[in-house]
Design a protein around this ligand. Structure first.
Ligand code: RIB
Ligand code: CA
Length: 317
């Protein structure tokens, strides 16, 4: 399947994530595509504690045979108490697949320092993709604010202008570190917010699991093992027959920008209230007359998304 970027320079990205079943598919989709140059994977606490999300990222890269450096990042949110999601991702954070003994090691450098050093050494052509709490990116911005103009753009899975998933108001990645999200949304860089509003339209139904399971390679087996567990917990928690495949939508958007329908608007993170902490207040109707700081995803081409996922799995031979 032709992607919009295949005949262009590969898009350089750093993928900051909290694997997490859907983060694992985002790594799978990004790592083996000629249209994307995955410079590094930086890991943050989120779906599980950092010791677990780090092992999960290493296991996914090792299983898929990816020669991508993995960096250990922040283990706690900037201010609030830690929030994890074992009800969705299990005790390991990546329950379901079986991995062989782990030999891949993380890099020595801390993820925050890696982000700062890599962006500062760049020509401003690196996209930051975040699919977990944005603690690492926010800390990097505070450590060296000069990185902000060096970021080409930020593509962030998180937030919602509608209903939350870990509180009525807030989506997990933002709720887990709303203060970090406030730093990132206030940075003034081009930011695309891929929220629950579109990811809840790409439910990994049994028919999708079956479709990808027809492909005879390791990536397909990983997809099936991951999504079989993920769908079980989504059924238990939300009653859905398929889990929303949140994180890979960020990569799909980079592969084909026509995947999403976006609306420029001012988005403010609620970090003051008890009840609605972590809420992404997207001023869709420009009531506040504030300059836009985000392009919020309003709709997604569902068929195109699953075609991108299938092509990404088939790329593993
Ligand atoms: O709310 C969904 C998001 O939170 C996804 O990125 C999932 O992996 C968790 O991090
Ligand atoms: Ca995630």
């Amino acid at each position: 399947m032709e992607t919009k970027l295949e005949n262009m320079e590969p898009r350089k990205i750093i993928l900051d994530c909290d694997p997490g079943h859907d983060d694992a598919i985002a790594i799978l989709l990004a790592a083996n595509n000629p249209a994307i140059d995955l410079l590094g994977v930086t890991v943050v606490a989120g779906n599980q504690t950092l010791d677990k999300t780090l092992v999960n990222a290493l296991n996914v890269c090792q299983y898929l045979g990816l020669d991508v450096p993995v960096y250990k990042g922040c283990g706690l949110p900037m201010i609030r108490e830690q929030l994890i999601a074992p009800s969705i991702h299990g005790e390991s954070g990546l329950d379901g697949p079986h991995f062989d003994a782990l030999t891949k090691q993380p890099e020595v450098q801390h993820a925050v320092n890696y982000i700062v050093d890599t962006l500062m050494a760049s020509d401003g052509d690196i996209t930051m993709v975040t699919t977990g709490p944005t603690t690492n990116l926010a800390m990097a911005m505070r450590l060296n604010p000069d990185i902000v103009p060096k970021i080409r753009e930020i593509v962030l899975m998180g937030g919602t202008y509608q209903l939350g998933n870990m509180s009525p108001a807030a989506e997990f990645n933002i709720l887990a570190d709303g203060d970090a999200a406030h730093v990132v949304f206030s940075a003034g860089r081009k930011l695309t917010m891929v929220g629950l509003d579109v990811t809840r339209k790409v439910l990994c139904l049994p028919s999708i699991v079956e479709r990808m399971g027809q492909i005879d390679n390791r990536a397909a087996k990983l997809f099936v093992d991951l999504m079989t567990f993920f769908n079980k917990t989504q059924k238990e928690v939300f009653g859905w027959d398929g889990g929303p495949l949140h994180d890979p939508v960020t990569i799909g958007f980079l592969l084909d920008p026509t995947l999403l329908t976006l609306r420029e608007c001012f988005t403010q993170i609620d970090i003051r209230s008890e009840q609605s902490y972590g809420r992404t207040n997207c001023d869709i109707f420009n009531i506040m007359k504030r300059p836009p700081n985000s392009a919020v995803a309003m709709d997604i081409d569902v068929a195109k998304f699953w075609d991108l996922i299938e092509a990404g799995i088939r790329a593993y031979g």
